[in-house]
Structures are given as structure tokens and as C-alpha cells.
Design a protein around this ligand. Structure first.
Ligand SMILES: Cc1cc2nc3c(=O)[nH]c(=O)nc-3n(C[C@H](O)[C@H](O)[C@H](O)COP(=O)(O)O)c2cc1C
Length: 326
């Protein structure tokens, strides 16, 4: 009998399918439905720093005539918003048995630390930090953007005992080196990758607009490449593949490349929760056909650690597929 159980970031999941942080996980009924549909864990919708600040600013605008109320209102709004989030964690823990991973979306170091402690106290099984910042500062020294990631991780790790994972963007000059730094600073897991907002331009209105919100299955190849490289170079670090996991086969490929779990978002918005069971069935059937009893038996089997020189590997593939085309 096959088991789909997997160890991810210090947690035991009944299967490797984690529902990614999004509107899919922003209330208790949806979370219960996802557990029923077979999810191995859920990452709650992130609490964004801006959400709290915007809300505070809105209220503060109306209390502009009462400057003495400023601190009171700001603290009230912050704690109220936070209390809603903590209530969601408590409700999810009370009614579900799958791990509940809280999510912090931040862009600077420090202001979220006490909030992480509150999440832990509310019962979160782990915290996923999503550092949503694009490096755009002209005179920033090389390395400062990367350092921000390790600084935030260190601050949160110092504050809590539960596992902390980092959901990374892709805009680094050396992804492996950054992940290595995260591991050195005790990250319990790394999610590759967050998908940033995709901007577009409306050429008729001559303005910036929003691009496609959802990923597509063609995004998966890049996710799989980096899972393979990172897992080959940095053993003993839990990785979750995120962005472009749409097909059941992509789950198997991510595990073969070295992921311990995958995070699903767009595919659930587009096809509904039923896709979870379809993915699990195909994973189980594939394991059966290959004679694997556990995920550990094949996790990372096709990562890049057996390739002596990855740049050579990449170059050869490039030459093979592109150089002979007219
Ligand atoms: C509507 C929507 C809302 C999202 N909200 C969040 C969020 O609050 N926090 C976060 O870390 N990621 C958020 N994401 C990103 C997803 O968690 C995920 O990383 C991304 O969509 C890539 O995965 P996918 O290819 O499976 O969609 C959101 C994505 C979508 C489509």
C-alpha cells in the first residue's frame, strides 16, 4: 500500500499538495472544504503590511481633527485587523486536522516580528514569509536586496519556535546562493517561487494595467528547473514547488526534481477543488506503476546533483535544441 505522506519544513503532511496563500484560504468554510477535498495543508491568505496601514490611514484621515486620537486609532486598527487574522488561525486549528500555515507578506525588517509571535500563540503550525519587494533602487549596493531576505528571516526565527519558510521571488542574480543563505539562517523550508503581479500596458488608454493574474502550465518548467538545481546543491532543505503546477504530472515531476511538496493556486481557481483528488489519484497510480511505496523513495531522484557541471548541462541543452534550428 502506497503512502503519500511527506515531511515538509518540520511538518508531516498526509500528502504533498498544499493550497497556496490566496483568496482560496481566506475564510474558515473554504479551508474546511479544501481539507475535505484532500489538501495536505493550507497556507492562509497573507496579511499585507499595506492592508493594515491603508486601513489605518483611512480611519486617520477622518479623525484628522483629533490628532490626539492618532496613536489610539492606529493601534486599534492594527490590532483589530490582526485579531481577525488570529481568529481565522484559531478557527482553522479548531476545525481542521491538516497543518495550517500562516502567511506574512512584508517588505521591510522589524515591524512584523511581534505579529509572528501572535500567529504562533494562535496555533499556526508554521509561518510562510513572502517578501514582496522588487529591487528598483538605483544606488542600492549589490547584495542589499538579498540581505533583506535573510534579515527578515532571522528576525522572525528569533521570535518564534514554529517552522518558518520563505517564499521567494525569482529576481536574484544567484538563486542557489540566496537559498543557501536562507538555510544557513535556519529557514525550515523554501518555496520556489512566488509569482509577482504581472503588469501590462493598455496602448489605447496609454496606461499601465494589470496583466494575467493566473499562471499557466508553461510557467512550470522554470519552477522545476530551480527545484532540481537547488535540491541538488543544497541537500536536507525542504522545498515546495510553486508557480505553474497545473497538471497532475507536474506534481510528480516536482517531487522527482526534489520538492517535498507543491503549492497550488491558479489551477484551483480555474478548475475547482476536485483537481486535488485527481492529482492524488494520478500520483498514487504512478507510484504503483513504478513500484514506489513512499515519496521518499523517489523524491529528488532526478535532481541535478549527478550532473558534474550545471552550466555545461545548460549550455549543451541550449546548443542541442536551438543552434540547429534555422
Ligand atoms: C488571486 C490570487 C491571490 C493571491 N494572494 C496571495 C497572498 O495573499 N499571499 C501570497 O503569498 N501569495 C498570493 N498569491 C500567489 C499564490 O500563492 C502563488 O504563489 C502564485 O499564484 C503562483 O502559484 P500558481 O502558479 O499555482 O498560481 C495569490 C495568487 C492569486 C492568483
Amino acid at each position: 500500500m502506497e503512502t503519500l505522506q511527506t515531511a515538509y519544513a518540520g511538518l508531516t503532511l498526509r500528502n504533498p499538495l498544499i493550497v497556496a496563500s490566496s483568496g482560496l484560504t481566506n475564510n474558515i468554510d473554504k479551508i474546511k472544504d479544501l481539507e475535505k477535498a484532500g489538501a495536505g495543508a493550507v497556507v492562509l491568505k497573507s496579511l499585507f503590511e499595506e492592508q493594515i496601514l491603508d486601513q489605518a490611514d483611512h480611519v486617520l484621515y477622518h479623525s484628522a481633527d483629533y490628532p490626539e486620537a492618532y496613536d489610539y486609532v492606529q493601534n486599534y486598527v492594527r490590532s483589530h485587523r490582526i485579531e481577525e487574522y488570529l481568529t481565522l488561525i484559531r478557527e482553522a486549528k479548531a476545525s481542521c486536522s491538516i497543518p495550517i500555515i500562516a502567511s506574512i507578506n512584508c517588505y521591510d525588517n522589524g515591524s512584523w516580528v511581534s505579529f509572528a509571535r501572535d500567529m504562533e500563540a494562535a496555533g499556526a503550525d508554521a509561518i510562510e514569509i513572502n517578501i514582496l519587494k522588487i529591487a528598483t533602487v538605483l544606488d542600492e549596493k549589490p547584495g542589499e536586496y538579498e540581505k533583506l531576505h535573510t534579515d527578515i528571516l532571522k528576525a522572525i526565527k528569533n521570535a518564534v519556535k514554529i517552522p518558518v519558510t520563505v517564499k521567494m521571488g525569482q529576481r536574484f542574480s544567484n538563486i542557489v546562493a540566496v537559498v543557501n543563505q536562507l538555510k544557513a539562517n535556519n529557514a525550515d523550508g523554501v518555496v520556489l517561487f512566488n509569482r509577482f503581479y504581472q503588469p501590462d500596458i493598455d496602448i489605447h488608454k496609454m496606461q499601465f494595467t494589470s496583466g494575467t493574474v493566473f499562471s499557466s502550465s508553461s510557467d512550470f518548467s522554470n519552477t522545476m528547473r530551480w527545484i532540481g538545481i537547488v535540491s541538488g546543491q543544497i541537500p536536507n532543505l525542504s522545498l515546495a514547488a510553486s508557480t505553474g503546477v497545473h497538471e497532475p504530472e507536474a506534481v510528480i515531476k516536482a517531487l522527482l526534481a526534489g520538492a517535498s511538496a507543491v503549492e497550488l493556486c491558479s489551477v484551483l481557481y480555474q478548475h475547482g477543488n476536485g483537481i486535488i483528488m485527481q492529482m492524488l489519484t494520478i500520483l498514487e497510480e504512478w507510484m504503483q506503476s513504478q513500484g514506489f511505496k513512499t515519496i521518499g523513495e523517489f523524491k529528488g531522484l532526478l535532481n541535478f546533483k549527478n550532473v558534474p557541471d550545471q552550466s555545461y548541462y545548460e549550455r549543451v541543452q541550449f546548443m542541442k535544441y536551438f543552434s540547429n534550428r534555422d
